[in-house]
Design a protein around this ligand. Structure first.
Ligand SMILES: [Fe+2]
Length: 300
């Protein structure tokens, strides 16, 4: 972690704060009625048996304390080194969860020594690593890293696929997941070359004309209490960018394992986003956000 990041991180970790235009949920809790609840986690960085505790704790926390999660999203760096053992450990722990539906993407660590091949075999059954999932009128678009290196490289072909999906699904609520955030998103550190999507400009140009409601990313491993970890970017059509943070603890444990819990409510255009701390087993006070979607969620 660069020195500047470390300094800002350390200062900001001392107190919860957040700068965003989004108001906290009035109720302080999840909406009532029929819901779609998504557990968004990232950067599990599974290494070996000795390093399983953070992810295992997070799964146990969800099992014990967060009922009714419908699906989980892992925004990449599932494994620290792409080995068969790492993914087998991940899958074994994941499968101890009551959540039956999991969607992962390739992060820079998943890609680095084998081009994501073990990931593809183990987590996508040999199939596409860029894919979509529909829930009612929500279209989830998952985009993997497609080259080595810290920045997220997305090929021209995948960009065109994404662009067509966005243009042709404007009647839906669109939720994009990538490993690194978009440059220009306003997410802290997304302006750094190693921390962003390469050639973000072409994505920004689409966002100015076509609506994407939510853009989830990981990669940064920064605490959710930092400023600008959720940003509604009016210059980009009002897309709300959400930094998921990491399950792996960092900085000798000062950065605790965190994730997000997203709750869509049937018939409502309000999305509740909560910050989950899996070490303290609570929703971090003061970090609930309610985001207004472009249209109400129509459940199945
Ligand atoms: Fe990571």
């Amino acid at each position: 972690m660069p020195l500047l990041m470390l300094l800002i991180f350390t200062l900001a970790s001392c107190g919860a704060g957040s700068s965003t235009a989004i108001e906290p949920a009035a109720s302080g809790g999840p909406p009532s009625g029929e819901t779609l609840t998504v557990w968004a986690l990232s950067d599990t960085h599974i290494k070996d048996r000795k390093h399983m505790k953070p992810f295992r704790n997070a799964v146990e926390d969800v099992n014990d304390n967060i009922p009714d999660v419908d699906m989980a999203i892992n925004a990449g760096d599932v494994a620290h080194f792409p080995t068969v053992e790492s993914y087998d450990l991940y899958i074994k722990t994941r499968d101890g969860s009551y959540i039956k539906e999991w969607h992962e993407i390739i992060g820079n660590h998943d890609y680095k020594t084998d081009k994501g091949n073990i990931f593809r075999e183990k987590l996508r059954g040999g199939g596409d690593v860029n894919y979509t999932v529909e829930k009612g009128n929500i279209l989830f678009i998952f985009i993997s890293n497609e080259d080595r290196g810290k920045p997220t490289v997305i090929t021209d072909e995948t960009f065109e696929w994404w662009k067509d999906l966005v243009i042709n699904n404007q009647d839906k609520i669109i939720v994009v997941t990538t490993h690194a955030p978009l440059d220009g998103s306003g997410i802290m550190f997304s302006g750094l070359k190693a921390r962003q999507i390469v050639d973000s400009k072409r994505f920004r140009e689409v966002l100015r004309d076509y609506k994407v409601d939510i853009w989830l990313s990981g990669h940064l491993h920064i605490p959710q209490s930092l400023p600008d970890t959720i940003v509604t970017q009016e210059k980009l059509g009002g897309t709300t960018f959400i930094e998921i943070s990491s399950i792996r603890p960092d900085l000798w444990g000062m950065k605790e394992p965190e994730s997000r819990v997203l709750t869509f409510a049937c018939g409502s255009d309000k999305l509740l986003v909560r910050s989950r701390n899996h070490k303290r087993y609570f929703y971090t006070p003061g970090l609930d956000k309610t985001i207004t979607l472009s249209k109400p969620y129509e459940c199945d």
